[in-house]
Design a protein around this ligand. Structure first.
Ligand code: GLY
Length: 423
């Protein structure tokens, strides 16, 4: 079969790599792709938001299955456009992708259906939000309602910081129209865990767990980023917690979406906080996580394309999802200055030492070809993933492999997976 993948980051590279392993697949295209994806797929220069051009391409090439990696096209309704044209596509429709596209929607959903999450209030008037902050308990979390490249969440230690945050989001429109509404949420403490789940509209099947590191600097300091590294599995997410989440979070979320007439098919990414009062939902996303995917898929034994097909066909209950009994760590190599400002266009070397049969992967995020070489082309440049028998071994391997790569202004965190020392 012919598969089209939409997106061009590290997550889409990991998806393309895994799709390429499927014996069901003869040919992969990726729009727009990047320099690393080009080794697994033919990259086509069509943007992820150019729905008509993408659908025309899928029709012309007789694509059997399209897979959407990114949130923006899902929330804007790419699945609906493809389905109207009779094209087979993996991902939630627009009316279900709202679970990621609107934080106010997802919080109201959880409240209505008793799914555990932090207490919150939603505001569309900045003056009312500022008034609320006069007496609110600190620290507090501000969330721009809409999509903001993963950067629309501000954790504020006191009222002064929170008021400045409300002004940035709602008055200065730092995240554009995503800040027309703001959710102000109680701050939760505990271990964060990401669980990506396959959903076919009736059943939900969680993958192995992972943990992201969102802040730019070591020790969780600095600005929020798209993610600086991940490890899988999380030693804090036990079998008992998984079973509890299935009954109290995953199945109730699928049922809630159905009850609202918003059947969810695709990847439901549940961001959890394991608090002293039990697991609570931090956020939902309507797609694979980035860089969670870069540690989850290398450990997946099951054919990913078969899982996509089962989600579309509503046959997930018949599938057995299996993972290797090992661990993986991904260290993101970024351009120094990310996420604020950084230079691009520097030659990258060291790719030849990565061999997936030895458990080393170099997933490209911001790269492109220029003058016959691969050069940096973004804030997050590469995701270096390594497997190991356990998390400590995987972390040692990932940091060893991170040194194989060289480019000017290379920046990485040095404590990805350090939390596992406390497990
Ligand atoms: N790693 C967080 C996300 O994909 O949203």
């Amino acid at each position: 079969m012919k598969v089209l993948i939409i997106g061009g980051g590290g997550r889409e590279h990991a998806i393309a790599w895994k799709v390429a392993k499927s014996p069901l697949v003869d040919k992969i295209y990726c729009a727009p792709g990047n320099a690393g994806i080009a080794s697994d797929a033919e990259c086509v220069p069509i943007g992820a938001m150019e729905f008509d051009a993408l659908a025309d391409f899928a029709l012309e090439k007789k694509i059997d299955l399209t897979v959407v990696g990114m949130d923006d096209p899902l929330c804007a309704g790419i699945v609906d456009v493809f389905e109207e044209k009779g094209l087979r596509i993996f991902g939630p429709r627009k009316n279900a992708a709202i679970i990621e596209g609107s934080k106010a929607f997802s919080k109201d959903l959880m409240k209505k259906y008793g799914i555990p999450t932090a207490q919150y209030e939603t505001f569309d008037d900045p003056l009312k939000a500022l008034e609320y902050l006069e007496t609110a308990k600190m620290p507090i979390v501000l969330k721009a309602d809409g999509l903001a490249l993963g950067k629309g969440v501000l954790i504020c230690k006191d009222a002064q910081e929170a008021k400045a945050g409300v002004r940035q989001i709602m008055e200065d429109k730092k995240f554009g129209s995503a800040g027309d509404k703001t959710v102000i949420e109680q701050f939760m403490t505990g271990r964060e865990v990401s669980v990506l789940c396959f959903c076919d509209g009736k059943d939900i099947v969680p993958m192995t767990s992972a943990q992201d590191h969102k802040r730019a600097g070591d020790g969780d300091t600095g600005l929020n980023t798209g993610g600086m590294g991940t490890f899988s599995p999380s030693p804090f997410y036990t079998k008992e917690i998984d079973a509890w989440c299935m009954d109290h979070i995953y199945k109730p979320t699928v049922a809630a979406m159905n009850a609202e007439g918003r059947t969810f098919k695709g990847i439901l990414f549940v961001g959890l906080m394991l608090t002293d009062d039990g697991p609570k939902v931090l956020e939902y996303n309507a797609r694979f996580g980035d860089p969670e995917t870069q540690v989850v898929l290398p450990r997946m034994k099951t054919d990913l394309v078969e899982m996509f097909e089962a989600c579309i066909d509503g046959t997930l209950a018949q599938k057995k999802l299996e993972f290797e009994d090992n661990a993986a760590v991904c260290v993101v190599l970024a351009s120094d200055g990310y996420p604020v400002s950084y230079e691009k266009g520097f030659a990258i070397s060291g790719f030849d030492r990565f061999h997936d049969d030895e458990g080393y992967y170099c997933f490209h995020a911001g790269t492109k070809f220029a003058d016959g070489q691969i050069v940096t082309n973004g804030g997050r440049v590469l995701g270096v993933t390594a497997k190991g028998a356990d998390l400590k071994a995987a972390r040692a391997n990932a940091y060893k492999a991170a040194e194989w790569i060289d480019f000017k202004n290379k920046y990485m965190r040095h404590d990805i997976g350090k939390a596992i020392d406390e497990a």
